[in-house]
Ligand binder design. Structure first.
Ligand code: FES
Ligand code: FES
Length: 393
């Protein structure tokens, strides 16, 4: 069922015919082309989709568009002066809002996937508190996760936006002369696109005829599983092109941040070790994927006791083939909240033998942490030999 929903976006009146329960984030991105609003988790955990609705910061992935009816939505495209045309070119530095310039000057935007959400949360704060303290900044931005910056530069950018000349620092630092770059601050080459919403990530491109992939994820913290005969699923959904399983992954079925640390399977092999682990991937056009319920995929689960701390690996029933190097992020009973950094996160866990830290935020669901926050993707246009990397525009 669809309905006409009217509201304003960045000061412009819009009227869209959509399912009223459609997520505001999807309407902004897919129907209105405002891809500056990013989607990290699609579940209210990461804050990448933060926009302002009638002045308040909200997670656009949690808001049904009907809730915006008659309201005023502000996105990252509306922060700077001038026309925030979808898919447009980055603005000039001088046209950016003071907050955006402060982000560039402080180096607060790295990959840029969290930046629109950070900016909108900060915009909300600065309207209420023009000269916030660091603590107020951390509190106001606590719902937006960043995997790149360590937060310090973001806090600095927001806290200095209203200081002195009004933009933190007066001008963008010029590139140093040839031979003088070592030790100098360099303007980020794609920085403006990161702060004005024009940077294009993998999920922002929709080449015609593109197929989509949807991972079917584990509802269990730990379980064995088998995937049954897929013929009935294909028969029910003729548009389903392929169901990828672990055996379809070419080469090594592992990924990780470092070449020596590829300790996560792309698709689980008979055993899942955290809720949200991908077990298979459906390939089809988006409308076909949306019509498929996870429950239709013939997966038989055998739930196992979850493992909450390192000592559990030693138990005979742990059932892991590579326990010492596998880190599982989970909030077990009895975890005492303890602040460990300026991030606003409450707990960090390092499992014995693990090579990386995981954060356990108050709303941790393992979807933000176990896979990258930024949905990495690459699109290659063979006709133009152009390659687009999603996570690093
Ligand atoms: S995408 Fe909305 S909170 Fe993560
Ligand atoms: S800059 Fe924050 S996630 Fe990359």
């Amino acid at each position: 069922m669809t309905a006409w929903i009217a509201f304003s976006v960045n000061g412009r009146a819009v009227d869209v015919e959509v399912d009223p329960m459609r997520r505001l984030a999807d309407v902004l991105r897919d129907d209105l082309g405002l891809t500056g609003t990013k989607i990290g988790c699609d579940a209210g955990d990461c804050g990448a989709c933060t926009v302002r609705l009638d002045g308040r910061q909200v997670c656009a992935c949690l808001v049904p568009v009907a809730q915006a009816a008659g309201g005023d939505v502000r996105t990252v495209e509306g922060l700077a002066a001038g026309d925030g045309a979808p898919g447009g070119e980055p603005r000039e530095f001088a046209d950016l809002a003071a907050l955006q310039r402060a982000f560039l000057e402080a180096g607060a935007a790295q990959c840029g996937i969290c930046t629109p959400g950070m900016l909108m949360a900060a915009d909300d704060l600065l309207e209420r508190r023009p000269a916030p303290t660091d603590a107020e900044v951390r509190d106001a931005l606590g719902g937006v996760l960043c995997r790149c910056t360590g937060y310090r530069k973001i806090v600095e950018a927001v806290a200095t936006t209203g200081v002195g000349d009004g933009i933190g620092r007066p001008t963008r630092e010029p590139s140093p002369a040839a031979g003088g770059a070592v030790g100098a601050r360099l303007p980020k080459v794609d920085g403006i696109g990161c702060v004005d919403g024009t940077a294009r990530f993998g999920a922002d491109e929709r080449p015609e005829g593109m197929l989509a992939v949807r991972a079917v994820r584990s509802p269990h913290a730990r379980a064995r599983f088998t995937i049954g005969d897929l013929d009935a699923l294909h028969a029910r959904h003729p548009g389903l092109v392929k169901v990828l399983v672990a055996a379809d992954i070419p080469g090594q079925n592992r990924y990780g941040i470092y070449p020596t640390g590829k300790d996560q399977p792309v698709l689980a092999e008979g055993l899942v070790r955290h809720r949200g682990e991908a077990v298979c991937a459906l390939v089809a056009e988006e409308a076909v994927l949306e019509a498929i319920d996870d429950a239709e995929v013939p997966i038989t689960w055998e739930p196992l006791p979850p493992i909450f701390h390192g000592k559990s690996w030693a138990k005979p029933d742990a059932g892991s083939r590579r326990a010492p190097s596998w880190d599982v992020l989970s909030r077990g009973p009895g975890h005492e909240p303890s602040r460990h950094s300026s991030t606003g996160l409450t707990r960090a866990i390092l499992f014995p033998g693990s090579r990386r830290w995981g954060c356990c935020a108050p709303r941790c669901c393992s979807r933000c942490c176990a896979p990258p926050l930024a949905p990495r993707a690459s699109i290659r246009w063979t006709h133009s030999a152009r390659t687009r990397w999603g996570g690093q525009p």
